[in-house]
Structure formats: C-alpha cells, structure tokens
Design a protein around this ligand. Structure first.
Ligand SMILES: [Zn+2]
Length: 664
C-alpha cells in the first residue's frame, strides 16, 4: 500500500508540507531588443557613442583589443612611453653596462640623463671621495678636484674644516656624509629603484582604471566566441558596447528593505539595424515567489531613487529632475541624483538608457520587445526533483509569470526543462526565461552570460525576422531592393537553423524559444511575400517593357507622319476643282488644300486630336468604378470615456481596480 500513499503525498501535499518556497538569490537580465529605422552605419555609430562619453568601450568580434574614445590616445601613448622607459632602465641596471645607460639616456632623456649622472657618480666619483675620506690627504683632495671639480666644490669643500697651523693635514668632518646627504647624488641605484617602484605603481594604477572597463567587454566577446560562430562574427556584422554605469535603489513588494543595484548596460548593435540592450538586476537576500515575479516583471514600479550621469539623461524629462548640486563625478561626468516621486519601472529605465543611445546615433525605432531572463538560486527546502513536485504550482507561476496569488488551472503542466544538467533547470517561454539552480551556487557575473547570450541570440534573430517581415510586406520594390531582401532572408533562414550555435543545449533552447515566438509562421509569411513580390516584380517589368514598346511605336508613327508631309502636300495639291455631284469627303480635303502651306499640318493635327480623344475616353471607361472612400462614421456623441485601471502585475497584492469616467 506504500505506492498509492506515496502518490497521494506528492499530488496533494499534506498540511505539514505546504510551505511556500523561498529563494536565496536572484539576478534578472532585462533584454530590450529594438529594430531601428533608416540605414545602418556601425563604425560611425560606435565612434559617436564613444566620443559622446556614453559608451566606455566597444568590442568588435574580429579584434582582440577593445576600442575606446579617441581622446584616450594621448594617455595610451604616454603610458607606452613610460612603460618602455621603465623597461630600458631595468635592463640598463641589470646589465650594469655603460652602453645600456647611454642608450637609455638617448632614448628617454628625461629619465635617462639623471640615471646616467647617478651611475657616473656612484661608480666614478664615490670611490675617489671614499679614498679622500680614508687618507684625508691633500693629494687625494687634489685628485678628487681634478677629476670631479663640480662635486668637490659643491659637495665636499663646504663640509671641510681646516685646522689652523696645519696646512698638510685637514680636519675632515665625515666627507662621506657629504655624499650620503647629497640628495640625488649618492647611491643612485637605490634611488632609481625607488623611483622605479613609484612609477610602476602609478602606471599600474592608471592602467587599471582604463582596463577595468575594457576587461568586461573582452570577457563578453570571449563568451560570445565560445557560444557562437558564423559569418556575422567573421565579418564584424555586429559590435558589443559597454555603456556608462548607473546606480539605483529599489524596493520589492512585501518588504521595506532598500536594495542597491549598479547597472552595467551592455549594448549590441547589429548591421541589420537591430539593437539590443541588457540591464541586470540582482538581489542576494532571501526572496519570496512574489518578489522574484516582481523582479521579472518589466512594468513593475519599484525604483525609488536613481543616480545617473549627465550623458545618460541629457535632453530627457529626467534631466530637470536630477540634482547635480553634490558635484559628484562619475567617470569624468557629473552624476545627478533623482528621487522618484512615483516609483519607476525596469521598463522605464531600459527605455531611458536606450533613448540616450538613439539620441546620439540619431535614429528612431519601429518595434521593440523586452524579455527578462532570471537566474535564481533556490532555497534548499526540498531536493531538486522533490522541489519541482512539491512546489509545482509556484514553478508554473514563475515560468509563465502568472499572478502570485491566483490559482493555476489543473490542466497546466510545467513547461519543458531545457537543461541537460541535474543541478539546474532552464525554462524558456514566449515572454520570459528562468534558470533555477537546485544544487550549489548559481552562476554569477560573466558566467550568467552563458545562458543570457543564448537567449539574446534567439531574440535578436526573432526581431530581425520581424523587421524583414515588415519590409517584405511593402510589396513594391526595385530590383536591387528585391535582391537585398533575398540575401537577408537567406542569411536569416540559415541562422534560424542555428548554424552558428556551437553547443547542442544552446540549439535546443533557441529552437524552443523560436517555436514559442512563432518563428516558423513568420518564416512562411516571409517566403510567401518574397515569392509574391518576385512575381509582382516580373509582372511589373513585363508591363514596363510593354510601355517602352508603346512609346517606340508612337515615336515611329510621328516620324512616319513627318515623313508623310510632302506626299500629303502633293495629294492636297492634286484635289480637283469643284464639280457638281462630287463625293462629299472631297469637301474637307479641298478646304485643307485651300490653306496652302498649313494644309498638311492641319491634317496631321486633326488625326492627333482624334487619337487623343479616343485615349481619354478609354481611360475614363477604365476608372469609372473607382470611388473615394467615405469619411462619415456616424454622429459623434459629445461624451468622452476614460479608463483608469491597475496595470496587471503578477506580484500585485489585493484585487485589481478599474474605474470608468464619463466626461461631457
Ligand atoms: Zn520546499
């Protein structure tokens, strides 16, 4: 009887078992994918963004270095010079040779000449001073003066105290000290070493500042290269940028705690005119289902305070709200504090960051979609398989982002787990994806990208496909445009086969998301539209050929008529004189003959008028059915209705409210 009992326990958990699950941590990437209007110029856009100080670094797939604004060129050159001078000095000190010291002085006189002087003093002057200090004889002083007059006059003589009555013997007061206390003079090697350390530290410090920002770009490019291949990557079909950071405080529903988050916005620009922005939100405390749902819901208002630097909010409504009075600088730009009177949502922030980009590259967008990817560390209240059974309803809520307090219908099953590992699960749906770590700690930072980049790839392909669908639905196209469409379609379709994905797991994920997003249907629409526009094009080119033939005929006719002028004149000249009982058509002919020179011309003009009249009549007959559409929709009653309702949120507490207002 244990079997059925076991089954009962799983299907309907007993009272003691109904604990709500909680989560140890959550990190949600909100991915905004947008298709832009107008033509694309990636290199120029990147340069504009870097120069405007909005982007801090850009990584092209084919390069190993990272691109930064042009104004860093000066710093880079100075650093390279400094580093090479330090290296040369180290080499010269190591070899202890004069040739090394001279080479160093010649190459970098600023540091080399003091070094050379120090070396000369320590190896040549110091032994003679010591000799003089030991013997204290006049001859050694003379020798010292002869070889090193400057050192003797400036450093040694002021320290000498002469004893009265003894010319031969001088009382020398520790002449060695003269050199010891001589500042830069003695022990030059020691001092150079100290300088060396300082310079290197300074260099490392300054370089760290620059490299810290670039290293993320380089790391992302590496993850990208590990996951994907293909022509986009070989031919620099896209570029990844890091934008300036922004800082925000948010409050999750059901708690008073303020969380702080630093956004490190990642931007991808694709040559097809699609852009993708990623902002990640993370929390490291215990979370309820409702709070995770709030984090995954783009329109959820939860941000109460923002700190954003000037390039991010310039020219927006937020610029006037921001308080720059503290005078804080963030990476060289003033940082403004915004206390939101009404909490703003993740979607607002995504758009704010994205609008800053659009302002710089001077583009507008046609279509956007935002997709959250959550990476959640589960509380270990139950084992991996048991968790999914015990908390099935919450699992469904999280995967389809349904209301946290609404009941899930019985026929709804958890979606397909796309993970190949037992330690975590991945559910990717139409509107969101969630990665649940059952055992161990969930991936953090750059490791998160292994999952996020795959979903970003799927969304990018989807929006590109969407843009192509819109493009092909405008049927009229010239030959060149049509050919470009075919090329784009072929490239995109081969990417839909996930040709560029290196791992099988990633392929499964992308295929699943594609199916959910209706990619196969969009693909069929595009194929149909392309074949229709191809046949429309061939019809149109046939029409154009026919029209061209018509014009040629017309011109030939006109030439024929002009050629026919002299015979016509002869004909008119031969019209016989009036005779009673003649045929009536001779009357107009005779009239034309009476006009003399203009006669044949008038005959041709008469023919032309007749042809034109026929043509106009035919045109009127063809368009007789066409009528303008009516604009009259019935009488507009003067009352206007406005609705105010709580926008849906899976994390909302209490009932939803809708108000209707009628205004006369
Ligand atoms: Zn549990």
């Amino acid at each position: 009887m244990t079997g059925p009992q076991e089954w009962t326990r799983i299907r309907f958990p007993s009272v003691g078992d109904t604990h709500r699950p909680s989560f140890a941590s959550a990190s949600v990437h909100h991915v905004l994918t947008v298709s832009l209007r107008g033509h694309t110029d990636l290199a120029r856009w990147v340069r504009y963004l870097l120069d405007a100080d909005l982007a801090v670094s850009a990584a092209w797939p084919s390069e190993t270095a990272v691109r930064v604004p042009y104004r860093y060129r000066k710093q880079a050159r100075r650093m390279r010079k400094l580093r090479s001078s330090v290296t040369m000095m180290e080499q010269a000190a190591e070899s202890n040779s004069w040739s090394g010291a001279f080479a160093f002085a010649r190459r970098h006189p600023r540091f080399g000449i003091p070094y050379l002087r120090g070396k000369w003093l320590s190896t040549k002057a110091a032994p003679r001073v010591e000799d003089f200090a030991e013997t204290k004889s006049f001859t050694s002083l003379v020798r010292l003066f002869f070889f090193h007059p400057f050192v003797t006059v400036r450093r040694v003589l002021p320290r000498l105290r002469f004893t009265r009555g003894n010319d031969e013997r001088d009382e020398v007061e520790r002449p060695k000290d003269a050199l010891d206390s001589g500042g830069s003079m003695p022990e030059p090697e020691m001092e150079v070493d100290q300088d060396d350390v300082d310079t290197l530290e300074m260099l490392a410090e300054a370089e760290k500042g620059y490299l810290d920002r670039q290293i993320v770009s380089a790391a992302i490019r590496q993850s990208d290269a590990n996951l994907f291949g293909g022509p986009d990557r070989d031919g620099d079909g896209f570029v990844r940028l890091m934008l300036r950071e922004s800082y925000h405080d948010f409050v999750l529903p059901g708690s008073e705690e303020r969380h702080h988050v630093v956004f490190e916005p990642r931007l991808l620009l694709h040559e097809s005119g699609v852009a993708q922005l990623d902002l990640a939100l993370s929390v490291e405390t215990s979370l309820e289902v409702r709070q995770v749902l709030a984090m995954m819901w783009g329109p959820e208002p939860m941000f109460v305070r923002s700190e954003m630097s000037a390039p991010l909010i310039q020219g927006t409504s937020w610029e006037s709200l921001a308080d720059f009075s503290e005078g804080t600088l963030d990476a060289g730009q003033p940082l403004g504090v915004i206390e939101h009177s009404e909490p703003v949502s993740m979607q607002d922030l995504l758009h704010m960051h994205f609008l800053a980009v659009l302002r710089i590259i001077k583009r507008s967008y046609t279509y956007w979609t935002s997709y959250p990817v959550a990476i959640v560390g589960s509380s270990h209240c139950c084992g991996p398989e048991e968790w999914q059974r015990t908390h099935q309803e919450d699992l469904i809520r999280l995967t389809i982002r349904s209301s946290h307090d609404g009941e899930v219908a019985e026929h709804i099953l958890p979606p397909k787990d796309l993970s190949l590992s037992r330690n975590h699960s991945l559910f990717a749906q139409l509107g969101s994806a969630i990665y649940l770590q059952w055992k161990g700690t969930p991936p953090r930072g750059i490791d998160e990208l292994n999952t996020v980049l795959v979903l970003e790839y799927a969304l990018l392909a989807y929006v590109r496909l969407h843009a192509l669908e819109e493009d092909v639905s405008r049927m009229v196209a010239g030959e060149r445009r049509l050919r470009a469409r075919y090329r784009t379609a072929v490239r995109l379709f081969s990417e839909l086969r996930q040709r560029d994905l290196r791992s099988g797991e990633a392929r499964d994920i992308v295929r699943h998301v594609f199916d959910d997003l209706g990619v196969p249907e969009i693909r069929r629409t595009i194929e149909t539209a392309l074949s229709l526009s191809a046949s429309a094009y061939s019809t149109r080119s046939a029409e154009r050929a026919a029209r061209r033939a018509w014009w040629i005929t017309l011109i030939a006719t006109l030439i024929g008529l002009v050629v026919a002028l002299p015979p016509l004149r002869d004909l008119l000249a031969s019209v016989p004189a009036v005779e009673p009982g003649e045929a009536w058509p001779l009357a107009p002919l005779r009239w034309l003959a009476e006009q003399g020179f203009w006669g044949p011309w008038l005959a041709l003009a008469g023919l032309l008028v007749a042809v034109l009249a026929l043509w106009v009549l035919g045109w009127c007959w063809r368009w007789r059915i066409r009528r303008l559409p009516s604009f009259r929709r019935g009488y507009k009653w003067p009352t206007e209705f406005t609705f105010t309702d709580d926008r849906f949120s899976p994390a909302a507490g209490g009932p939803q409210r809708t108000e209707i207002e009628a205004e006369l």
